[in-house]
Design a protein around this ligand. Structure first.
Ligand SMILES: *Cc1c(COP(=O)(O)O)cnc(C)c1O
Length: 357
């Protein structure tokens, strides 16, 4: 009975597969949502303590002027070309609503960040999956030849960790006639010069997404942003909920951005730990996809009696270690493990060594 109250495309929708949330009050090691293992910058905590009564009792700035100004200054981009959202998740959903919808088609590399397909389905947009090669390299020609109206490029990609060189990204942007959505959630963990930001001034068909959830350690605050040509940003602005970023989170994000040194230092620490962890996994016989992110995708050694990736996931969970298993044809033989602290990953490594050894 209630079923008929719900629109058919929503009724058919599979819920977005989210990393589990460990129960509260017990000690666990959480390596399943690519959060920062470090606290936010001391400047963020100071900003949090300075929140006044009015910031709670009054409505926030509907156009997020303060945060846009800080972003504009930091990245040398006009504030009219910046949009802020309640996490980049909100921006992904808005993009599907504003630029794709039921009338148009969007091409997605497969695999990529699963929220794109979910957001497309919610807005009745048709997805065209463009398979990556056996090493998960994204096919620019595949995206160009997809016939879609919009394409998504997560770079570095999730959940593979692989990165496309800037020249390849530019080849896509310059030849694709429609909208190119570039998601740089993990850009702070990639080599210098990877970002597509320099393309922004030269192409009008790009939206470049970023988030405070990963490197800036603000996943709980929910702030993301995107850069794009003025008409695209204006279209997003018209279509969003009135007060999409709350006053507290906007202030914390601005403070996080000011502490460049801290962001650099924690990102470098994550990269060092990642490279150490990846070699350790390889020494245990895992095949590790080269990563420019704060996670690794790894295939456990096979052989008679060896546990499958899914079994390993379950056995780690029993020990309070939360990693990610994807029930997806291209990922089912692998685990995605977020980069925690050295201590957390030493515990994870010891457990894996025991389980596959
Ligand atoms: C984590 C992630 C996001 C979501 O970020 P929020 O700002 O927390 O919504 C967006 N894109 C990719 C590729 C991500 O991995």
């Amino acid at each position: 009975m209630t079923q008929t109250l719900i629109l058919p495309h929503i009724e058919r929708l599979a819920p977005y597969p989210m990393g589990e949330r460990p129960p509260e009050g017990i000690r666990t090691i959480k390596l399943n949502q690519n959060e920062s293992p470090y606290p936010p910058s001391p400047l963020v905590l100071k900003a949090l303590r300075s929140i006044g009564e009015e910031e709670l009792s009054r409505y926030p700035d509907a156009v997020n002027g303060g945060l846009r100004a800080v972003l504009a200054e930091r990245f040398g981009v006009n504030a009219e070309r910046i949009f802020c959202g309640n996490g980049s998740s909100e921006i992904i959903s808005l993009i599907m609503k504003v630029f794709v919808g039921a009338q148009r088609r969007v091409a997605l590399p497969d695999p990529t960040f699963a929220l794109y397909a979910t957001a497309a389905a919610v807005h009745q947009a048709e997805c065209i999956a463009v398979p990556t090669d056996s090493d998960y390299a994204i096919s620019i020609d595949g995206l160009l030849n997809s016939g879609a109206d919009a394409v998504v490029l997560v770079n570095p990609n999730a959940p593979t960790g692989r990165t496309l060189p800037p020249a390849e990204v530019e080849r896509l942007v310059s030849r694709f006639p429609g909208l190119v959505i570039i998601d740089e959630a993990y850009i702070d963990f990639a080599p210098e010069g990877t970002s597509a930001l320099p393309l922004l001034g030269r192409y009008e068909n790009v939206l470049l997404l970023r988030t405070f959830s990963k490197c800036y350690a603000l996943a709980g605050a929910r702030v993301g942003y995107c850069f794009g040509a003025e008409p695209l940003i204006a279209a997003l602005e018209k279509s969003k909920d009135s007060f999409n970023v709350n006053a507290v989170s906007a202030k914390l994000a601005a403070a996080a951005l000011q502490d460049r040194e801290y962001a650099k230092r924690t990102a470098a620490a994550v990269c060092r730990t990642r490279d150490w962890f990846a070699s350790g996994l390889q020494a245990l016989g895992f095949r590790v996809v080269p990563s420019h992110t704060n996670f690794v995708l790894a295939e456990p050694p096979s052989g008679p009696g060896a546990p499958t990736a899914r079994e390993l996931y379950g056995k780690l969970l029993e020990r309070g270690i939360y990693v990610r298993y994807f029930d997806h044809p291209r990922l089912a033989d692998k685990l995605r493990i977020s980069i925690g602290t050295d201590e957390e990953l030493a515990v994870c490594m010891a457990a894996l060594s025991e389980l596959v050894g």
